[in-house]
Design a protein around this ligand. Sequence first.
Ligand code: BDR
Ligand code: CA
Length: 308
Amino acid sequence: MKNLILDVDTGIDDAFALLFAARHPEINLLGVTCVDGNTSLPKVIKNTMKVLDAAGAKAIPVAAGATRPLIDEPRYAEMVHGEDGLGDLGTPDSQRALDSRPAVILLRDLIEESSAPVTLVPLAPLTNIALFLRSFPETAKKVERIVLMGGSAAGGNATATAEFNVWHDPEAAAIVFNSGVPITMYGLDVFMKPLVTQKHADALMAKPEACSQFAGKLISNFIKQMGPEVTLGDYGAVLTALKPELSTRESLALVVDTTFGPNRGQTAVDRRSFFERDDAHTHAPRVDVCLDIQTDVYRELWLETIQG
Ligand code: BDR
Ligand code: CA
């Protein structure tokens, strides 16, 4: 069993990740922390609860985190995820109660109480994770690994050079990458690879189970918005945490651009093969960067788990 905590800004592809994590038999989902990102924190919390209902998840703690980035104003991605942040499907509200602890306290408690190592899987701007690492450095040392969706070794999506989650809160990302906790970056180099189509949505909607139907509707709606093939997105980071052997990774030096120029939020990954250099990358932390994945296996394992 793999002990995971997801940090989310649910979000259609965060929903794909939550459904998988809540249902996969080898994952022990200890809890979920919410942060503003794709949409505002109250909407993220509502969406997360709805997705856990659709997954048929047991009662797990869900906590509220940051309502905005450390420095910047929030900038949402509702053009991708809909006005409610979850494809505007009209899914009824959940009756689940929010945990009374703030996200950083829930993270501390879950990690301290766990008898087995815990992996954090942030799928959103890194504000909550940075605040946790800074607030509880002794607990942070107990984190087995952070497997995050964010960044890119090549171009960006929020800007020409920056990926959305890092661009939304670059200072938080810099704190996390420099924290000393082992990090795997599941970024834009692989994020768009596991694709699903209307054929997959129809097959899911034809099943009687609530989880399949919900996932099918999400995909179908996402296709209307984004085109005939849509990515399972954030989900890939969860599978990478569970089965790293399905990905190709390289340990590379990485610097987050926190300047206020055109490259703000870029993760500048050093892929030069020579080491006699003297620049910002010389002392930069090394990150396990995902450069390729077994795409078909990623898609099939998701479909199996959602339908199973
Ligand atoms: C990331 O941004 C969000 O819109 C997605 O949920 C994903 O976490 C991709 O850049
Ligand atoms: Ca996300």
